[in-house]
Ligand binder design. Structure first.
Ligand SMILES: Cc1cc2nc3c(=O)[nH]c(=O)nc-3n(C[C@H](O)[C@H](O)[C@H](O)COP(=O)(O)O)c2cc1C
Length: 366
């Protein structure tokens, strides 16, 4: 199912960018859990558009309404349905897009696949707007993981050519992340990133970047072999985020240039006598299974497709090449708003596999 993810906890996303609403239905959550709604609202604010000139000027408060799944303030076992009304829609900005597809966006393949019946306004179901309900589900699941001592945190590792301090692979600095629109470890880097985004905006252009994510507190053995490994499931969830171009765990592509003796993480015993590794180039996952070390990966985002610089396209109605002068409101850089989305979808994948692990532990008593 294209818009549904997960086996133990099933998350279904619905809505379009300029439809009346976007939302999510989450099935399989544990009854009795009392969500921290203020915490979820704060999480949603990190993704919300219109906060600064560095983001799209579409202003959406992303206030959500809970339609089902709650009784007396707690999850009650029924599917949890949460909805966010789209309040600042301007479908007319996209009137010509069916005939003149934007380079780099999903307009053209969607036009062919759905034979012109797709909702073209704001990219319809392909819009970054659909990441709001992903954050609703993921933000809640981050709370459930936290109850188990599992933390998920991400930062902007890079925008254009400006790089933040990377996470320490042995102990990611989740408590040192800066609040604010640019979530980085080093505030001065954030200022340089802001300048890079603004320069692209003023040039009617866009920039891309990289988000680094860490998950700490995972026990050993979360994940399944072959098709349902931690990497597989996280990658599947990460590629649900529009504009993602790649994902790399641990040392990633850098591993290809190393010798085994340089890349292997040797085992050791910690003070409590538990098996650990001396380094963490493997990024907390071997054979698709968590190793108990921090899980680490980088996700690459392309520069926003919708730019205001005139571009060449094809006028499908006239059957001739044309120039596209874009209207609408767009993020000159997607990366800052994508950081909570990366955390959210990572939580969906990790929690789903964690529930497998809990069942295995319950049944695996010898
Ligand atoms: C939070 C967020 C906001 C986005 N905002 C825009 C935008 O303003 N303009 C745009 O062209 N693309 C934006 N995108 C990306 C497009 O939705 C995406 O590039 C497009 O659907 C094509 O999908 P693909 O890039 O994964 O191939 C955004 C993505 C995210 C995650």
């Amino acid at each position: 199912m294209a818009s549904t993810f997960g086996t133990n906890v099933r998350v279904s996303i619905f809505g379009q960018s300029h439809a009346p609403a976007v939302g999510v239905v989450v099935d399989g959550l544990p009854a009795g859990f009392a969500p921290d709604w203020d915490g979820l609202r704060a999480f949603m604010r990190r993704r919300a558009p219109g906060q600064t000139l560095l983001s799209t000027q579409r202003t959406e408060a992303d206030l959500f309404e809970v339609l089902s799944g709650i009784s007396e303030g707690k999850l009650c076992g029924a599917p949890l349905c949460m909805v966010i009304k789209n309040t600042d829609t301007r479908g007319q900005d996209y009137a010509g897009l069916k005939n003149t597809p934007r380079p780099g966006h999903a307009d053209w393949p969607a036009q062919v696949k759905y034979r012109g019946h797709q909702d073209a306004a704001g990219g319809g179901h392909f819009s970054g707007r659909l990441t709001a309900p992903l954050c609703l589900a993921g933000g809640l699941i981050i709370q459930l993981l936290a109850q188990q001592g599992i933390r998920v945190g991400a930062h902007i590792a890079r925008i254009a050519d400006v790089e933040d301090t990377p996470f320490d692979p042995m102990a990611p600095q989740l408590d040192d992340l800066q609040d604010g629109y640019l979530r980085v470890l080093d505030a001065r880097t954030g200022e340089r990133m802001a300048a890079a985004i603004d320069a692209a905006r003023l040039a009617l252009d866009s920039v891309g970047g990289v988000v680094e994510c860490a998950v700490t507190g995972l026990p050993v053995g979360v994940g399944q072999p072959m098709f349902d490994g931690l990497e597989n499931r996280i990658a599947q969830a990460i590629f649900a985020i529009p504009a993602v171009r790649g994902i790399a765990f641990g040392s990633g592509f850098g591993a290809a240039g190393l010798r085994g003796s340089q890349h292997n993480d040797e085992y050791a015993l910690d003070d409590a006598g538990r098996v650990t590794t001396r380094t963490n180039r493997h990024g907390g996952v071997l054979g698709g299974l968590s190793t108990g070390m921090p899980l680490l990966f980088n996700a690459a985002f392309k520069p926003t497709a919708s730019i205001f610089k005139p571009q060449r396209t094809v006028d499908l109605a006239r059957g001739q090449e044309a120039e596209l002068a874009l209207k609408g409101r767009h993020d000159p850089c997607i990366v800052p708003r994508a950081v909570p989305v990366v955390e959210a979808v990572t939580a969906l994948a990790v929690y789903d596999l964690y529930l497998d692990y809990v069942k295995e532990q319950a049944y695996g008593i010898e």
